[in-house]
Design a protein around this ligand. Sequence first.
Ligand code: SIN
Ligand code: FE2
Length: 216
Amino acid sequence: MPSLDLFEGTAQNERQRLGPAAMVLRGFALPCVRELLPAIDAIEAISPFRHMVTPGGFTMSVALTNCGALGWTTDRRGYRYSAVDPDTGAPWPAMPAVLARLATQAAAAAGFDGFEPDACLVNRYRPGSRLSLHQDRNERDDTAPIVSVSLGMSATFLFGGQARTDPVLKVPLHHGDVVVWGGADRLRYHGVMPLKEARHALLGSQRLNLTFRKAG
Ligand code: SIN
Ligand code: FE2
């Protein structure tokens, strides 16, 4: 597998192209981390993290919650977006302005102007948590990009091709990095390798990932 490990620990503002319409914005979220973390705490207080079950019957190792008008969910009946948190029966918490702003700015920095996400999936990884290769294809609008923000422990992001069996890039992602993919790269397979034991100074033994999408 090709590896981008050479770039590990790169400075803020560095950009790495992963495809014609995909790039990593190193450290892009660092200036707003102090605002992001309390905003995530407030989301979690309304809609707590939970381990959902896939249509195949497996309990995900990643725990998730959502904010915004629509939230991504899975159960035995399938993957879908819902305006309501199935655990609380209430709408998902509103998307905090600091999150929406970060997503719009990161998308613009990667060449996608005017991105206005209506869904933000918040994933929480612990050591051993992983996300198997998948495509993001439950969104109605394929022309909007995906914006993915990494916080806390580092992880290895897998960025594949249009087919599950295509070669996969291994991309180390660190606290504050943002990945944006859209256009010709919008449906590329991606996932996250099992997280190694580690402690992050701010977040301890966890990685939080914010995935912004235009879902509705
Ligand atoms: C996702 O594909 O939903 C999350 C990717 C990540 O955690 O970096
Ligand atoms: Fe995804």
